[in-house]
Ligand binder design. Structure first.
Ligand SMILES: C[S@@+](CC[C@H](N)C(=O)[O-])C[C@H]1O[C@@H](n2cnc3c(N)ncnc32)[C@H](O)[C@@H]1O
Length: 240
């Protein structure tokens, strides 16, 4: 398993937290990586049909944390395939344990920086759906440059969605919610699906994640964005 997350791209959206990998997570990492894990490869794009052994609608979750939401979705929708990206090894171990317990056949994991995985490994228009739930809010102004949800990242991510593919974002940090809204509005290929062009009610498909529960304990409101890659270029697109 390649846990290397070094990259020359400079500012990253994460710092590797020191969290301890428990003995059970370590066992799961060792035992289940061959079944569920895909090593980062900077030069060879992934053949997703070959990875999953079939062609089915595909959901990508970036920064899945301990993976509870991803495991629940994969168990609830055996007709779909799920790919998770996470750099926090205890979280990857936690998810692999759950995947093995539930004998999930429709889940794969890459333990590497999502920016590099999107760039190097995921072919254009290869995903039907992408989820980023409670990305690190990087509260301090001097850290805002580390926030994942910014127009260049979104443009990269959207290029990996098929036209009509969906993107779901959620946060419990109101200033980040507004920044996400501005960033998504700045990407012409993205259409906001909310009735008022802002946020949608909490979607029923999402199970409360660890960070959502934490936000609730702190009395934070939760903001959900539902977006879609436009099927055709927007009317005011100058390149149209
Ligand atoms: C605040 S936590 C939220 C975890 C989970 N989605 C939840 O709601 O409980 C953000 C997660 O994103 C991961 N992360 C941040 N930047 C990442 C990146 N560039 N690639 C992969 N994972 C990333 C972090 O390691 C962390 O586990």
């Amino acid at each position: 398993m390649n846990h290397d997350t070094e990259s020359p791209r400079g500012i990253r959206s994460f710092v590797i937290r020191a969290g301890r990998v428990t003995a059970a997570q370590r066992l799961a990492l060792d035992r289940c990586w061959p079944r569920y894990g895909i090593d980062f490869d900077p030069v060879r794009p992934l053949d997703l049909d070959a990875c999953f052994g079939r062609r089915a609608p595909r959901t990508l979750e970036i920064g899945f944390g301990n993976g509870d939401n991803l495991a629940a979705l994969a168990a609830a929708h055996p007709e779909r395939d799920y790919l998770g990206l996470e750099v926090h090894r205890p979280g990857v171990g936690h998810l692999l344990r759950r995947a093995e317990e539930a004998q999930l056949g429709n889940l794969r994991v890459i333990a590497h920086d999502a920016v590099e995985v999107l760039r190097a490994m995921l072919p254009p228009a290869s995903l039907d759906e992408a989820l980023i739930l409670f990305p690190d809010p990087w509260h301090k102004k001097r850290h805002h440059k580390r926030r994942l949800i910014q127009p260049p990242f979104l443009a990269l991510l959207v290029s990996r969605l098929r036209p009509g593919g969906r993107l779901a974002l959620a946060t419990d940090w109101a200033p980040y919610a507004e920044a996400m809204l501005a960033a998504t509005n700045a990407v012409p290929e993205l259409e906001n699906l909310a009735a008022d062009g802002r946020f949608v009610p909490r979607p029923a498909w999402r199970i409360p994640t660890r960070f959502e529960r934490r936000g609730e304990r702190l009395g934070h409101a939760v903001f959900d964005l539902a977006l879609q890659r436009r099927v055709s270029a927007p009317a005011d697109d100058p390149l149209r």
